[in-house]
Ligand binder design. Structure first.
Ligand code: ROI
Length: 165
């Protein structure tokens, strides 16, 4: 569904299979080519130790800012289609993945539907989301008013390191 208004959405990207850095770089490019959508910014890429099962490779993570006229569910459809085009395999719960695209934030919206929860329910606990997001949008707030920057700072950056370009 196309809307007249432009919205701001933040997307978490993650990969730890099949050349993760290239997966994320290509996904950023593909986000810019989604219908009714432009890539408005992106964090650096980070290598991050896996959260969850440790017997899997490190992840490459980044966060993208989109300007979009898609509704949240239409954007979710596009993100899931893009994951499929990247040959997404979800071998097990919290296991390795080729490409993960999480809709983190959509304007100040709070969405609790069977298919979609925004803000992403785990984002405030995950350094691999908060640190790139704080880099990209240091003054951003969650819909409940909390600032991203101090949340990210409280996380620490021990398990995260920026990849060189
Ligand atoms: N761990 C890290 N570091 N990065 C991710 O993107 C990531 N994604 C996941 C799980 C398996 C929870 N762990 C992760 O889905």
């Amino acid at each position: 569904m196309a809307e007249a208004e432009w919205h701001r959405a933040y997307i978490g990207l993650g990969s730890n299979q099949q050349h993760p850095r290239e997966q994320v770089i290509q996904a950023l490019d593909a986000l810019d080519r989604l219908p009714l959508t432009r890539l408005a910014g992106a964090s650096r890429l980070y290598a991050s130790a896996p959260v969850g099962p440790q017997d899997q490779p490190d992840f490459v993570n980044a966060v993208a800012e989109l300007a979009t006229r898609l509704s949240p569910l239409a954007l979710l459809d596009q993100l899931q289609a893009l994951e499929q085009r990247h040959g997404r395999r979800r071998l097990r719960h919290w296991g390795p993945r080729t490409l993960d695209l999480d809709l983190l934030l959509y304007d100040e919206a709070v969405i609790e539907s069977p298919r979609l929860r925004v803000p992403h329910p785990e984002m405030a606990h995950r350094g691999f989301v908060l640190l790139p997001l704080a880099e990209l949008a240091p003054t951003l707030r969650l819909p409940d008013g909390r600032c991203i920057a101090p949340l990210a700072e409280a996380m620490g950056s021990d398990d995260l390191r920026p990849l060189l370009p």
